[in-house]
Design a protein around this ligand. Structure first.
Ligand code: SAH
Length: 196
């Protein structure tokens, strides 16, 4: 297939934690993503007070931006360091509590209550734990998922969205034989078959 050797590549959770520890986080951007600004109207679709999900959220600055607009933001991130840095970078007070349904998981919530970040693997979540969402910002998420886990990831995401939801997906296009990823190259045809 045209994704070549990336198909077999696996990045473990431990390796992601190490990237955070080493400060090897070139994916993190201080500026809001220009495509979110450009397609904000598509995400919101005239609605206010939405529940918006950030899969594999890192410490994405767009979470603060959308929360400040009055939306409720929920993210999931395996690195506790990333989650804590998000709140400290924005000087946001937060509290921390266990997630009874998931052993070892913690939920970090801004004191104002509008940003909740789950520290666990996304594969531990389900709509019975975090509910369903009106909007999704998927940047550095599908493209960070191991190629072998894409189907599982997409099925979960489909399960986490309401009927009238908007899903913004950012991918990257390049020759997968020249870079091992992540971010992985996800062909358009595969996106169509994953999400229908
Ligand atoms: N979306 C963010 C971060 C992209 S990098 C941004 O736009 O900046 C991908 C992130 O996913 C990393 O922070 C990594 O620690 C996290 N991650 C990787 N596998 C995960 C998993 N299974 N569950 C939750 N988070 C995961």
């Amino acid at each position: 297939s045209d994704i070549g050797s990336q198909k077999e590549r696996v990045v473990t959770e431990e390796e992601w934690l190490q990237k955070w520890e080493m400060g090897n986080i070139g994916f993190h951007k201080e500026q809001r993503h220009p495509l979110l600004q450009k397609y904000l109207d598509v995400l919101l679709n005239g609605r206010s007070g939405l529940r918006i999900f950030f899969p594999l959220c890192g410490k994405a600055v767009e979470m603060k931006w959308l929360a400040d607009m009055g939306h409720t933001v929920v993210g999931v991130e395996v690195s506790e360091q990333a989650v804590k840095e998000f709140f400290s970078d924005h000087s946001l007070p937060y509290c921390e509590e266990p997630v009874p349904e998931i052993s070892g998981a913690k939920m970090f919530q801004s004191t104002s209550g509008n940003i909740s970040l789950y520290c666990c693997s996304i594969y531990d979540l389900s709509s019975s734990i975090i509910g369903k969402f009106d909007g999704v910002w998927d940047r550095g998420a599908l493209v960070a998922v191991n190629p072998c886990d894409r189907q599982r990831y997409a099925s979960l995401m489909i399960n986490l969205v309401e009927k009238n939801s908007s899903y913004l997906l950012v991918t990257v296009s390049y020759d997968p034989n020249k870079h091992k990823g992540p971010p992985f190259y996800v062909p358009e045809s595969e996106i169509k078959s994953l999400f229908g």
